[in-house]
Design a protein around this ligand. Sequence first.
Ligand SMILES: [Zn+2]
Length: 342
Amino acid sequence: MAAGPSPKRFDRQVRFAPLGAAGQEKLESSRVLLVGCGALGGVLAQSLTRAGVGQLVLVDRDVVELTNLPRQVLFDEQHAAAGTPKALAARETLSRIGGPTAIESHAAHLDAGNLEQLAGPADLILDGTDNLETRYLLNDYAILRGIPWVYAGVVGGAGLVLPVRPGEGACLRCIFPDPPPPGSLPTCDSAGVILPAVGLVASMAAGLGLHLLVEPESVQAALIELDAWSGVVRRLPAPRDSDCPACAQGKLSFWHDGAGRKAEVLCGRNTVQIPPSQRSPDLALVADRLEGVATKILRAEVLVRFEVDGLTVTLFRDGRALVEGTEELERARSAYDRYVGN
Ligand SMILES: [Zn+2]
């Protein structure tokens, strides 16, 4: 690995005046934690690797599937056929780009128990997840440690981006004080998603991420809505909320409480139990969203049961769920997040 900026390789981006040679040097000495390297995360990872950030830490708990290929740019049919963990497949593809970036990859579910260790001395955190609970955890942690981060979300043809500088402008909870109940928002697995929307949202997040690494004080707080289907882009001011539970009151509950809320394998039952969520799901709405996606949907007063991807999921009113057909925590969590949402 060469010391200092690599002048020839990065000539065109160094010519971009707001970045310049000094900015390139900052990029090459930066450490970035990227959580999730599927759709948004793939574009983010590629953007940061090609830009030459010094260290890129990838965390993803899923394996590559055929249905990922229309929008997850780091993966191919061989990865899908082999069921390669996304974090490892991403590293393989990114390594072929070369350049100064040291890529660390972790096939793991990120939670309050491993976040600090994985983040290390991160200069920036990027959101490539499809998981609200993880985003609220990242927001808490970013505030706790004063690390800038970029929220990004996409469903269907559109998405949202929010750059967060702790203490300056809005954090995630200034805008969305609490996560919605599980199952109340559409997910990519129920409502679909198209690559142009992923690319648009992730590219905006990557641009703001590079900007945060190079010159954070000039990044303006705003919630940016981007629609790749209608062509509509809106930028909403995002002032800090003086009553925000996280950045104003310092109640970092997703960080402090998170470690105790772990999924667990129920011994001898080939079943994983997902713990209750902080807010109760609307079971009827969850069942409605699953029509045409899951099979054998059973609606009862206290639960919804359905079959999907070879698993039987039973969701209770408090958000607790039993996922039968696996003893892999990450596969069970992933099914919960994809088909129930969180
Ligand atoms: Zn806040």
